[in-house]
Design a protein around this ligand. Structure first.
Ligand code: FMN
Length: 225
């Protein structure tokens, strides 16, 4: 698969088959992601790859805590509510997903069910917990570096036929994830990536999120028309 094809075709996948993903294939994907650039080649990232029983324990812990009303706890400072254009785009993708899933606006039960699926990491067979060195927590460049690596990870996975979604919901109860995965205190949990073989029958998997035109986000200078 060429790069342009992979970038254009990739989309977040939120429905997976039960087929396991081999450790060898995950190692190949991670080796590609690990080629990401980083500030001064610091490579601040660490990955914890969960499947099977440990992943089930994370799902259970996340779900129980969320249902019990335990306040979400993350290692990085969370943003407050999105506003303006950001809020509009947030709503747009939610509407696209709910329409695809046939979830009505006022169907509180199914909306809640969708949210809980997110906390269960969409029942994916694999969860990759993305961390970076805590010594760099105040250095926002480390967040940038780890984000760049994470995009490489989802693209590399896509190029192998694997689907994934970067899944902030999956680490909203970070102490649960840290405990089950044995993540050392000197690593900050940034996010996780839910990953597996896409379920072709899961309708939300065909949703293509919209982008604004290049002219809306780019200011060219010095070019001769
Ligand atoms: C940092 C980050 C966190 C995300 N967390 C979630 C999440 O918790 N649940 C979810 O369904 N999608 C999550 N997403 C996926 C975004 O909703 C998705 O990337 C966006 O809507 C664009 O769609 P696309 O990936 O299909 O192009 C996250 C993406 C990023 C980059």
């Amino acid at each position: 698969m060429n790069l342009e094809h992979a970038i254009n075709d990739r989309r977040s996948i939120r429905g997976f088959t039960d087929q396991p993903v081999s450790k060898e294939l995950l190692e190949e994907v991670i080796a590609l992601a690990n080629r990401a650039p980083s500030s001064m080649n610091t490579q601040p990232w660490h990955l914890h790859v969960l499947t099977g029983e440990p992943l089930e324990r994370v799902r259970k812990g996340n779900t129980e805590n969320m249902l019990a009303g335990v306040k979400p706890t993350r290692d990085i400072e969370d943003y407050s509510e999105y506003q303006g254009e950001h809020r509009k785009r947030q709503i747009e993708i939610a509407v696209q997903l709910f329409e695809a899933m046939g979830i009505e606006r006022h169907d509180a039960e199914r909306r809640q069910d969708w949210v809980m699926r997110g906390f269960r990491q969409f029942d994916a067979p694999v969860s990759i917990v993305v961390c970076f060195d805590r010594s760099l927590l105040a250095n926002t460049i480390a967040h940038f570096d780890t984000g760049a690596m994470t995009y490489g990870l989802v693209l590399a996975a896509w190029s192998k036929g694997l689907g994934s979604v970067i899944n902030g919901q999956g680490i909203m109860q970070s102490p649960v994830v840290r405990e089950v995965a044995g993540i050392p205190e000197d690593q900050v949990i940034l996010t996780c990536v839910a990953l597996g073989w896409p379920d072709e029958d899961f309708v939300a998997n065909s949703v293509v999120s919209r982008r604004r035109p290049v002219s809306n986000l780019t200011h060219f200078l010095g070019f001769v028309e």
